[in-house]
Design a protein around this ligand. Structure first.
Ligand code: KDG
Ligand code: MG
Length: 402
């Protein structure tokens, strides 16, 4: 079997997605997600202009060799654009392998380690009352794990909260949105939020929260310590992770579990964090961290140190990533939880899928491969729309981590 075509499809059914479709001489094809939020066209070009021509004529079954070729062969290793492009190829090749074998991806990986995948949903409110209402709705829908984010008194905007009170989408069309941030106001308020959740709903649900890189290590340590009584499932991205050793400071002060890694693109981004057991959950995703071949390596390495997976699953990772991630989660022996934000309705139509949601858990389905397809004619009805992630500034105007 040989690869005869590799096409990049850019579409915006509610938000932008980049998809790679690899077609073989036997008519079997596979698809992979190549979406890098706010930088979509860079990956599309990397694939179209540099990677796709290299794939023509190759045996689609040589997945590992193709991964090594694209990683080592580029000479310029790692980085989000490169690793997202490699991930898309890898995902599409595993999809082809599953279709050829007539088996769902999770069975190729070694079979199911559990009956279904626990997912966490997002309860977000512009104020405490609204956040508690959304939390109650998630319990009603059967979620066992719920992330809570909430507007901060006297702060104009905050990460993770939709302005309209509907579902949250950070990318904005047109100009880059500037948000303001006050660490002091946030740290003063956020323990109140967790206290209110536990007081109203008890301790039966797993409670998660995303700090979104906003604190310094010592501030993160203070927060982790302050919220210990509310027994969080995890505190996510408490501080930027370029300096992996910085997490030692957090660990020295708190037993609140830490989750990191949605912006990571290779095992080298988390090597020290995992080896020194500075984190509890690794959040790297298939799409941004080199696909199934590489994330499997990360998960296996993490398992040696009792670090569990908690894959990023925001709505800017396409339904293709979601499908593949659910197979990965069903297999991974050290799985922790999977993020699930849902998708805009048109996106679900453009990407017909075998996965299903049932009362806080998901299953990838039994279709061969990863079980997600693309309706190209429908995708063409939603052309790309330029959109950017916001930036954050401190109240005095200093640019901060968004
Ligand atoms: O593109 C950026 C989003 O994926 C990110 O802001 C979402 O932090 C996020 C999360 O935990 O889902
Ligand atoms: Mg996050």
């Amino acid at each position: 079997m040989k690869i005869v075509r590799a096409d990049v499809i850019v579409t915006c059914p509610g938000r932008n997605f980049v998809t790679l479709k690899i077609v073989t001489d036997e008519g079997v094809y596979g698809i992979g997600d190549a979406t890098l939020n706010g930088r979509e066209l860079a990956v599309a070009s990397y694939l179209r202009d540099h990677v796709c021509p290299m794939l023509i004529g190759r045996d689609p079954g040589r997945i590992e060799d193709t991964w090594q070729l694209l990683y080592r062969g580029a000479y310029w290793r790692r980085g989000p654009v490169t690793m997202t492009a490699i991930a898309a190829v890898d995902m599409a090749l595993w999809d082809i392998l599953g279709k050829v074998a007539g088996l769902p991806l999770y069975r190729l990986l070694g079979g199911a380690s559990r009956d279904a995948v626990m997912v966490y949903g997002h309860a977000t409110g512009r104020d405490l009352g609204e956040a508690l209402e959304r939390y109650a709705e998630h319990i009603e829908a059967g979620y066992q794990a719920i992330r809570v984010q909430c507007g901060i008194p006297n702060m104009r905007s905050v990460y993770g909260v939709a302005k309209s009170g509907g579902s949250y989408e950070p990318a904005t069309k047109g100009a880059v949105e500037e948000q303001r941030w006050s660490t002091e106001k946030y740290l003063d308020f956020v323990p109140t939020l967790f206290a209110a959740v536990r007081e109203k709903f008890g301790f039966d649900t797993h409670l998660l929260h995303d700090v979104h890189h906003r604190l310094t290590p010592i501030e993160a340590a203070r927060l982790g310590k302050a919220v210990e009584p509310y027994r969080l499932f995890w505190l996510e991205d408490p501080t930027p992770a370029e300096n992996q050793a910085g997490f030692r400071l957090i660990r020295e002060h708190t037993v609140t579990p830490i989750a990191v890694g949605e912006v990571f693109n290779s095992i080298w981004d988390c090597k020290q964090l995992i080896e020194e057991q500075l984190i509890d959950y690794i959040r790297a995703t298939l799409t941004h961290a080199g696909g199934i071949t590489h994330l499997k390596r990360v998960a296996e390495f993490a398992s040696l140190y009792q670090v569990r997976t908690g894959c990023h699953g925001a709505s800017d990772l396409s339904p293709v990533c979601m499908g593949a991630a659910l197979h990965f989660d069903l297999w991974a022996p050290n799985f922790g939880v999977q993020e699930y934000m849902g998708f805009p309705e048109p996106a679900l139509e453009v990407f017909p899928h075998a996965w299903r949601f049932e009362r806080g858990t998901m299953h990838p389905g039994e279709a061969p491969g990863h079980g997600v397809d693309i309706d190209e004619a429908l995708a063409a009805c939603y052309p790309y729309e330029s959109a950017y992630l916001p930036v954050a500034r401190l109240e005095d105007g200093t640019l901060w981590n968004w």
